[in-house]
Ligand binder design. Structure first.
Ligand code: ADP
Length: 475
């Protein structure tokens, strides 16, 4: 028998010289036939001179060679020869030899698979031990197939010396809502759904759990779950939120009071009086400060509160268009104390066929932020703002374009970061905290949308928000 390593038929006792001759001249045609899974039966007397000389050296008169295939690839062959006669190899002899070769092939395949599996397992175990997260692998029946030491240490802390039991009873004891977590796992085990949540342990620690099925398409392959202790960041996030909420509360309450009383006073003074003008300024300033506090609260929170409703896109953007027109005039006057500016707008009739799920006030807030920026970052002599709303590929697109100072390409990736303000060498009025665009992005993404920006220094900037259409009616 010869194997894949290409050694020659040493068992027949040929000399080095004859082996070399056979290998060079005949082996290729042998290999071609073996690769087609064909047996080779021959009388030596019928063979080429080359072969004859090889087999004569080994005293062989006839032979049969059967290929051994492993994973459909030639691994080697089994060979029998007769040194006395030119033997006719009968059909059943050949099939016995064939089934022997097939058995050998299967055995080799199994060995190879076992070696690969054991190598993979070793690799997997080493990899799992080297990650910081606790990892557990479950089969489709939710039996624990593997867990790393980090997993044991996370849950051991919670079990307080009680022996870690196998299986999932562990979660029941350690998690605040262990029973429903197991129920969730049972549901997940039937699907390939990805799961990601923060779960609470009875020892007041928080774990981020991420789980996916081992095979993207087949839940029967089981699931992997990773657990990361996120207690510190959850506590910090909560402390930050509480702090922001209480600061916002303290700041907003007196301002709301001032705004309310100013409104009452405004009713007492007619248009054009000096008192009215002063009260208008107080009213606007208070309103602005309340808005700024809301911006703070929104950026500080990961999930601001939204009042979503399903609206006709045309109706909502037409009404927003009207509010924006008024808003733009007021802002130009407030920021530059001028009345001259351009405001163009177009709400596409195509929007009549679709509905969007939005919080109207937040959409207006997005647009007011963008318009305020367009005014702030345009020279007062050239304030030209364009508002458009249309539909493209099942998305409502609305945009604000200006002809202002523009944003350099190096700044573009940073402008959506909270508190980021680009360095400017011009002498435009600088107001704001660098939170406007962070809020625009936050609100757009909370609507399952996204914001894009195109800008050229000295030419202008266009911000475009796209929102998925919720319902589309036939035109
Ligand atoms: P703020 O306006 O309070 O500085 P924003 O988050 O609204 O903060 O904007 C971040 C930065 O992006 C701004 O400081 C400015 O440099 C740049 N920017 C935003 N909008 C425009 C625009 N329309 N034209 C030019 N630059 C802009």
């Amino acid at each position: 028998m010869e194997n894949r390593s290409g050694e020659n038929v040493k068992s027949c006792g040929g000399t080095q010289e004859s082996e070399r001759k056979l290998k060079k001249s005949e082996l290729t045609s042998f290999l071609e036939r073996f690769n087609r899974n064909e047996s080779i039966k021959a009388y030596v007397s019928d063979c080429s001179e080359n072969m004859k000389s090889f087999f004569d050296d080994c005293d062989i008169k006839s032979f049969i060679l059967i290929p051994i295939l492993s994973h459909k690839r030639l691994w080697g062959f089994v060979g029998f020869d007769d040194c006395t006669t030119e033997r006719v190899w009968l059909g059943n002899e050949e099939s016995i030899l064939r089934s022997m070769a097939e058995n050998i092939g299967r055995r080799i395949e199994r060995d190879e698979v076992m070696t690969a599996l054991s190598d993979n397992r070793k690799l997997l175990a080493t990899t799992l031990e080297s990650v910081e997260e606790g990892v557990i692998v479950l089969d489709s029946e939710l039996n624990v197939v593997h867990r790393n030491n980090q997993f044991i240490s996370i849950f051991d802390k919670c079990c307080k010396g009680r022996a870690l039991e196998g299986k999932l009873t562990l979660f029941e004891k350690c998690l605040v809502d262990g029973v429903s977590f197991i129920e969730k796992l049972k549901t997940l085990s039937k699907s390939t759904e990805i799961y990601n949540d923060t779960i609470r342990m009875v020892n007041r620690r928080y774990l981020e759990c991420f789980s996916r099925s081992l095979d993207k398409h087949d839940p029967k392959m089981g699931r992997i779950l990773t657990f990361r202790d996120v207690t510190d960041s959850v506590r910090m996030e909560k402390a930050k939120r509480d702090f922001i909420d209480s600061v916002a509360h303290e700041l907003r309450n007196p301002l709301v009071l001032i705004q309310g009383y100013t409104e009452l006073l405004l009713e007492k003074f007619g248009d054009g009086t000096e008192e009215r003008e002063m009260l208008d300024i107080i009213f606007d300033a208070t309103k602005r400060e309340i808005k700024r506090i809301s911006e703070f609260v929104d950026v500080g929170r990961t999930n601001p509160v939204y009042n979503f409703g399903i609206y006709s896109a045309f109706d909502i953007f037409s009404s927003i268009e009207q509010s924006l027109k008024i808003y733009t005039g007021k802002q130009v006057e407030r920021i530059y104390d001028i009345k001259k500016y351009n405001f163009k707008s177009n709400v596409d009739e195509k929007l009549k066929n679709c509905y969007v799920k939005v919080d109207r006030d937040r959409i207006l807030e997005i647009l007011e932020n963008l318009v305020t920026n367009s005014i702030k970052y345009s020279p007062p002599r050239n304030i030209s703002i364009e508002f458009n709303a249309t539909i493209v590929d099942n998305h409502v697109l609305f945009s604000i374009a200006d002809c202002g100072i523009g944003i350099s390409s190096s700044e573009l990736p940073k402008i959506f970061k909270p508190f980021y303000q680009a360095n400017r060498k011009d002498d435009l009025i600088v107001e704001g905290l660098g939170l406007g665009l962070a809020n625009v992005k936050l609100h757009a993404e909370s609507h399952n949308g996204q914001v894009d920006v195109k800008s050229e220094v000295g030419k202008g900037t266009t911000f475009e928000v796209s929102l998925p259409v919720a319902v589309k009616t036939a035109p």
